[in-house]
Design a protein around this ligand. Structure first.
Ligand code: SF4
Length: 231
């Protein structure tokens, strides 16, 4: 179990390693971020950006999207997985925003979660990145990396979020979400973490356990199982 000082050290290392970490999704308004985040489930950010670069010049406001039919919207998002379901959620969300919120995305995590296709993770992403509301969105990278390092010890995303909110100063919640995603993408790969070049290796519980005689294979199996479950 990492001490408070060790957790702070790990966070300082992440902050120094990934200064200026920001969302990989491209957006220029809260509504664009909301649409992009709904599309990002089970899709890569690269693929989502390819879709929205074609969609947003045509329609990027709740009014414009709400006026589209499925047949008009779906071709733009077809390269994202589950585009039928996501497309319907985007259309319904746009219509609700027009009818109930004056065409604005609510700057409120609870209200965001009432929109179709918007769960806690999506609400946290939109709330923190579009409105500056402190929040930690726990995606597959944040879940895996924080539990490997020892910033959290949880079996699901809800508990991981709760524990990270206790471990990380509130003012760093949004940045820490990005640090952990960058680290997961660049070094702490789900199946082949590059522990030998990782600046957190001296603190990381996963790494330290793997270095103990007889623990390597057990740790690898446990993490591979967790990664498979969350991917
Ligand atoms: S030491 Fe290895 S498992 Fe731990 S955070 Fe770094 S890459 Fe991930």
């Amino acid at each position: 179990m990492l001490t408070r000082a060790q957790k702070n050290e790990a966070l300082a290392i992440l902050a120094n390693t990934y200064p200026g970490a920001k969302p990989a999704l491209e957006f220029s308004s809260p509504f664009e971020l909301l649409v992009a985040t709904i599309l990002s489930a089970q899709s890569t950010d690269v693929m989502v950006n390819r879709c929205t670069r074609e969609l947003f010049p045509v329609a990027n406001t709740p009014e414009q999207i709400a006026a589209m039919t499925e047949e008009e919207l779906f071709p733009f998002i077809k390269r994202c997985g589950f585009y039928n379901t996501k497309g319907r959620h985007i259309l319904e969300t746009a219509r609700i925003l027009v009818a109930e919120y004056g065409g604005e995305v609510p700057a409120d995590l609870e209200k965001l979660q009432t929109l179709p296709g918007v769960g806690r993770k999506t609400a946290n992403v939109v709330g923190s990145n579009a409105f500056g509301i402190p929040a930690i969105a726990v995606d597959t990278h944040v879940f895996r990396v924080s539990n490997r390092i020892g910033l959290a010890h949880a079996s699901n995303v809800e508990k991981t979020e709760e524990q990270l909110m206790k471990a990380i100063p509130r003012e760093d919640w949004t940045a820490a979400h990005h640090w952990l995603i960058y680290h997961g993408r660049q070094i702490c790969d789900a199946r082949k973490p590059k522990c030998e070049i990782c600046p957190l290796a001296h603190l990381c519980e996963y790494r330290q356990a793997a270095l103990k005689p007889g623990m390597a294979s057990k740790t690898k199996k446990t993490t591979a199982k967790a990664a498979k479950k969350k991917d």
